[in-house]
Design a protein around this ligand. Structure first.
Ligand code: PLP
Length: 380
């Protein structure tokens, strides 16, 4: 098969060889961690070691960690926990993943979307004003914010946001799925009352995630079953995936190699884009962004067409996340940045990962030039 270039790492990433090797070993363990015999205890040891490794990779965050089937389930357990604790007003960031946005809408009668500013960051002045009003009205609000956005990569100022949230007696849920092992943990972990992570964006396994609860936060006990995870998430755990998650978490503490490598690729890529297509728009260019993520639009070249043309040329990129469901709707996040709808429909994302090479940039640009020439010829 022709060598493909995979630059859709914010969707999911290639498993790292050392994680894969650890998971293969764990596949030979046949015990159920709830069993008291030695096989069960061997499985249990892997789960508990993974739990310790992940918590310690996040620095000083002294939390309880619940393993789940992924960040989607972790986010939903977090929302259920907030509801069970009596939080009755949900403030959800405009760019939040549907795992949070759609479920919060379903779960809370009172849900308000927090606008984002022209840079793509949470509008902190708006939030402060609305939290003050909620506090005065005797409501019990919580706020859900991404540490970093999956589409554009914009990093939210969690230190400032958490200050505002705490000043108004509210609580903070942080979706750190795109931040985990891409951003230093001190920039997101310690601010959260509920923290949501999964390892498959950084070379860890799919189908596993975690919810971390800060001291004082209670998980919801509304999922009956075998009572695993201290009764907070029933179900026999996926031992190889949990072990792989634990092993992969070694990368979360020091992200400098990942950041240096991927930002060099991303910056070179964006430079080439602006040279070849001077009318291109790079979303969030002036904001603080994840090192690996580039979201851009070339006017009049629809995202759908570009993604298909590059796929045929052996390059995997992604359009705005709204298109992942098969629709061609413009991304809500990019529209929230006040981009015109026509331009938002041209937005694509290139997200570099651990296995990309310096030569990939030139190859992607060449594939784009070729596809652009065909497109123009077809239109002529
Ligand atoms: N939150 C963000 C920011 C994401 O990017 C994703 C995955 O794309 C999720 C939540 C859901 O994660 P998972 O696929 O582990 O359920």
């Amino acid at each position: 098969m022709k060598h493909r270039i995979y630059v859709d790492n914010n969707a999911t990433s290639k498993l790292r060889p050392f994680v894969k090797a650890a998971m293969m070993e764990a596949m030979d363990i046949s015990g159920n961690p709830s069993s008291i015999h030695m096989d069960g205890q061997n499985a249990r040891k892997l789960v508990e070691n993974a739990r310790k490794s992940i918590i310690s990779s996040l620095g000083t965050f002294s939390a309880e960690l619940i393993f789940t089937s992924g960040a989607t389930e972790a986010a939903q357990l977090a929302l259920e926990s907030a509801k069970a604790m009596g939080f009755n007003l949900a403030f959800i960031g405009a760019g939040e993943h549907p795992a949070i946005m759609a479920y919060a809408k379903q779960l809370f009668e009172n849900m308000i979307v927090i606008p984002i500013d022209a840079n793509g960051n949470i509008d902190c002045d708006w939030l402060e004003e609305r939290l003050a009003q909620a506090q005065n009205a005797g409501q019990k609000p919580f706020v859900a914010i991404q540490a970093a956005n999956n589409e554009i990569g914009i990093i939210n100022p969690l230190s400032k946001i958490s200050g505002i949230v705490k000043n108004h007696g509210a609580a903070l849920m942080v979706d750190a799925v795109q931040a985990f092992a891409k951003m230093p943990p001190q920039d997101y972990a310690g601010y959260a009352d509920w923290l949501i992570i999964s390892p498959h964006k950084i070379g860890g396994p799919l189908g596993v995630g975690a919810l971390l609860l800060a001291p004082g936060i209670e998980g919801a006990r509304n999922r009956p079953g075998g009572g695993q995870e201290k009764g907070l998430r029933s179900g026999t755990p996926n031992i190889p995936a949990i072990h792989g998650f634990g092993v992969a978490s070694a990368m979360a503490g020091d992200v400098s190699d990942f950041a240096m490598k991927t930002s060099a690729l991303r910056d070179k890529f964006e430079q080439e884009i602006m040279t070849q297509w001077p009318d291109a728009i790079i979303f969030g260019h002036a904001a603080s962004r994840l090192p690996n993520t580039s979201c851009f639009a070339i006017p009049n070249w629809s995202a759908e067409h570009m993604v298909i043309a590059l796929d045929l040329a052996g390059v995997s990129i992604s359009s705005g996340s709204a298109c992942s469901s098969g629709s061609v709707k413009a991304s809500a996040t990019i529209l929230a940045l006040k981009a015109p709808e026509q331009l938002a429909k041209c937005a694509v994302r290139v997200s570099f990962g651990w296995n990309n090479e310096a030569t990939d940039v030139g190859k992607i640009i060449a594939a784009m030039q070729d596809a652009d020439m065909r497109r123009r010829n077809a239109a002529a």
